[in-house]
Design a protein around this ligand. Structure first.
Ligand code: 26V
Length: 818
């Protein structure tokens, strides 16, 4: 069957591609080429490329129906896929032909690619990780479905006005989305609210049914995920919420047309907007509804597929494994129990065994404020039956704990799913841990801290359930697609296999680290990438930066724990030295920042303002800007990341030790030839172990030292008073030097640094400044720097997401890659 389908597939020759693009132009865009906009051409090219995935899609669906293959269901509230077209062209292996076809059609492929609006269905690292993992799952031929939400509005677009962040709604669907295929027939009802009712079944057993207040419907939107040159497609299946037909009937019955329309609007609200990582309480109800909505649709879909494969509920744990991407989908544990116990009448113990075998949980943060918990009244209001089930899970679990640790009431309190200190909450990380057969952290350090700290009691109970899977990123998008010059230079020397065998092959670059002509070629690539970025910033924002200066880059979400303000303090230190004419040892640098702040996170927004204020002050001061420049690249996202990572000399990974679970930007920079200045945190540690201490700029406290300082009392005011240089830096901000004399504006930031700052910024200040001095000196030795850069890339093989996925397959999913 599948081979028959292959025969009808479209060809990939230049002529065939050209014809196909013109065909789509005519039949799908519906215009004559003479009136075409660039976006029209983008649509035509996108349809042509998508068409080339469809034949493999159909044969890949066959694999999903193969009952002997275990399927991975990757449950994630976020998928930050980035633009599809460029990636699909690379993975289908048709970049040369498409380029030529475009040339012959007199259209510029780069301009076409720029047309694509990025689907920003994620906040940052967690959502992007899900996207890298789908790429690797497919490249490794593991049958997988990414399940999530088709948000109508993704992460907001960021503009900078007068140095402040302004949020703009992300209307990513406004021009249509050629990559998704709606499957109206794949739709499921999702209940919300209401109450529960006990009853006796025909065998005299006590049963419970859920009488919901309302029901909405989830409709599947499928996006093909192509593997790298392997004719394999996996599925990203996102759910859009709609009203059920019954509302229409209600309106008909009661004559309440407007009431029915109102209900319809409410139903559609569920998948309307992605929530930013916000500290605020707003939107809690909707967010919990979103989580349940996509989880419920996904589980119903998985059970439908199970039936399609001719399997029974007993087969579930061997047929599918659900990975919980953080706690956001962890309500799935209670939902599967509800389906099994209430709807399929499976007995509790059997249902629980099946559930635990089916789920695994990845934790992505240790920050207490980021650990999800839902207030009990809210939970009861939206998911009354699930709350009962959670109580039952909890009561059985705690009775086991009581048996094991008699009299240890404190342990019971600590491990309970319900937090009962003060107002009551449902702790989702506890539910996820108890309901999964495997729990993993995302870097070696993070997993250790999980075991020692946040999930310590659970680790003690079941040490064998804990695993580490260090994150990785896909070299297809992050090197081959976004750094084509470097990719061809590497391939020239070591062949092309590194693209799918990063761990074994990239290391072969090492032997060229001392080769002077190779070093020169390496520098040329970096210089061209920097020049490209300089042009782009000039063209889009009128910024002036010098490609001959050291590009020192920090791009990531803006958060105090990531410490963009520590970076800013170092810049002010240099500023101060330049103003005092102590310019000895200052290497010309361009500091580039990018990242979004959660809209309600005031201090993060103030940090953006400070960076822009410093940038503007320096722009207007020729004495300073002959040495340094500071720019803030607005609206940092995957698409803009394409120009940034490849242009970096230095990557800033300076989080407070113990706070950054892994980081993945650190990997993207290093595999594109940047050296890292970083703390002993997250995956930085493993990166340093791989590239070698001599090729990494390590500074600052480690996680144990951070903990010790906090225990003994942190006194930043003493640090400030005892360090004259630091004092001058802080006083400069305070004096209004960067705010046209305004001495109030940055007060909240200064107060946080000098107050009870949990991120110990001032404590690490001197170590950071000293380390930056070593960076400057190292950069001045061109050959030594280039060698370090080559060695960084050569030794980054471990950080391919292919390796991460193999780890999941082997240790957690027990799946063999195809
Ligand atoms: C959530 C929140 C919510 C409320 C306030 C502050 C806050 C701060 C952070 C978060 C993020 C939680 C989960 C997350 O995105 N973790 C990231 O996951 C990446 C992929 O594993 C990892 O590389 C990052 O280090 C980690 O921060």
């Amino acid at each position: 069957m599948s081979t028959d389908v292959m025969h009808i597939g479209p060809g990939n020759s230049v002529a065939e591609l050209k014809e196909s693009i013109l065909g789509h132009f005519c039949f799908d865009v519906g215009k004559s080429p003479e009136y075409a906009t660039l976006h029209d051409w983008y649509m035509a090219v996108a349809y042509s490329v998508r068409e080339r995935m469809m034949e493999h899609w159909v044969s890949s669906l066959e694999r999903i129906r193969d009952k002997h293959q275990k399927i991975v269901g990757y449950l994630s509230a976020e998928f930050l896929m980035g633009p599809h077209l460029g990636n699909a062209i690379i993975n289908l292996g048709i970049e040369q032909q498409i380029k030529e076809a475009a040339e012959q059609l007199n259209i510029n492929l780069d301009e076409i690619l720029q047309q694509e609006e990025e689907p920003g269905l994620g906040n940052g690292g967690l959502g992007r990780l899900a996207a890298c993992y789908l790429d690797s799952l497919t490249t490794l031929k593991v049958p997988a479905i990414g399940y999530g939400i088709r948000y109508e509005f993704g992460i907001f677009d960021q503009m900078i006005r007068d140095g402040w962040q302004v949020e703009i709604t992300d209307k990513w669907l406004r021009n249509g989305n050629p990559w998704e295929i709606v499957k109206p027939e794949l739709n499921y009802g999702v209940k919300l609210g209401g109450k529960t009712q006990g009853y006796t079944d025909e065998k005299g057993g006590y049963r419970v049914k859920w009488i919901p207040e309302y029901e909405i419907r989830g409709v599947a939107y499928d996006t093909p995920v192509p593997g790298y040159k392997n004719e394999t497609i996996n599925l990203l299946r996102l759910w859009k919420s709609e009203a059920t037909e019954s509302f229409d009937f209600q309106a008909f019955d009661k004559g309440d047309y407007y009431g029915a329309v109102h209900e319809k609007v409410f139903s559609e609200t569920i998948s309307k907007v992605l929530y930013p990582n916000d500290v605020s309480e707003a939107g809690k109800k909707l967010r919990l509804s979103q989580q349940y909505f996509f989880v419920s649709c996904s589980l119903q879909d998985a059970l439908r597929i199970l039936e399609l494969r001719g399997l029974s509920l007993d087969d579930l744990p061997d047929a599918v494994t659900f990975q919980l991407n953080d706690t956001h989908p962890s309500i799935a544990i209670a939902e599967l129990m509800r389906l099994l116990v209430d709807e399929y009448m499976v007995d509790w113990d059997k249902a629980w065994e099946c559930t635990r075998k089916t789920f695994a949980y990845t934790n992505h943060t240790l920050l207490p404020e980021a650990l999800e918990k839902w207030s009990l009244p809210l939970f009861a209001h939206i998911l009354p039956r699930h709350l009962e089930i959670i109580y039952e899970i909890n009561s059985r679990f705690l009775s086991d704990i009581r048996n094991k640790y008699p009299g240890d009431d404190d342990r019971i309190r600590r491990m309970s799913i319900i937090d009962e200190q003060g107002s009551k909450y449902v702790r989702m990380a506890h539910l996820a841990t108890i309901g999964s057969h495997a729990v993993n952290g995302v870097s070696a350090l993070h997993t250790e801290l999980l075991k020692q700290d946040v999930l310590h009691d659970f680790y003690e109970l079941q040490p064998d359930a804990f695993f580490n899977v260090t994150n990785g990123v896909t070299p297809r998008r992050w090197i081959k697609l976004y750094n084509p010059r470097l990719a061809s230079l590497i391939s020239d020397r070591i062949g092309e296999r590194w693209i799918t065998h990063l761990e074994t092959d990239l290391i072969n670059l090492q032997s060229f680290a001392d080769d002077l002509s190779f070093q020169q070629a390496w520098r040329d690539v970096k210089k061209q990438n920097k020049t490209d970025l300089a042009h782009l910033l000039k063209q889009r924002f009128g910024m002036n930066i010098n490609p001959d200066s050291l590009f020192d880059i920090q791009v990531k979400r803006i958060h105090e724990y990531k410490r963009q303000h520590l970076n800013a303090l170092h810049i002010i230190h240099l500023y101060n030295r330049i103003k005092q004419k102590r310019t000895d040892g200052i290497t010309p640098r361009t500091f580039i920042f990018g990242g979004k702040a959660a809209p309600a996170y005031y201090l993060a927004k103030l940090i953006i303002k400070l960076i822009n204020a410093i940038g503007e002050t320096i722009d207007n001061d020729p004495e300073v800007n002959q040495f340094i420049r500071v720019v803030f690249f607005p609206d940092f996202n995957v698409k803009n990341g394409a120009h940034v990572y490849k242009a970096a000399d230095l990557s800033e990974q300076i989080s407070t030790a113990g706070k950054e679970a892994s980081g993945t930007g650190n990997m993207k920079f290093s595999m594109n030839g940047a050296l890292t200045i970083g703390t002993y945190d997250g995956a930085n540690i493993e990166i340093m172990e791989c590239v070698g201490e001599d090729n990494f700029f390590l500074f600052g406290l480690d996680a144990a030292e951070v903990k010790a300082i906090k225990q003994n009392g942190y006194h930043p005011y003493d640090v400030y008073n005892n360090n004259n240089d630091l004092k001058e830096v802080i006083d400069l901000i305070q004096s209004g030097a960067f705010s046209k004399g305004d001495t109030n504006i940055f007060k909240p930031l200064i107060n946080s640094l000098l107050g009870d700052d949990p991120y110990l910024v001032l404590q690490d200040y001197q170590a950071y400044v000293d380390c930056q001095q070593r960076v400057s000196a190292a950069y001045n030795n061109e050959q030594a720097w280039t060698k370090m850069s080559i060695l960084n890339v050569a030794r980054m093989g471990k950080f391919s997401s292919d390796r991460s996925i193999r780890d999941y397959c082997e240790n957690i999913w027990h799946v063999t890659p195809g």
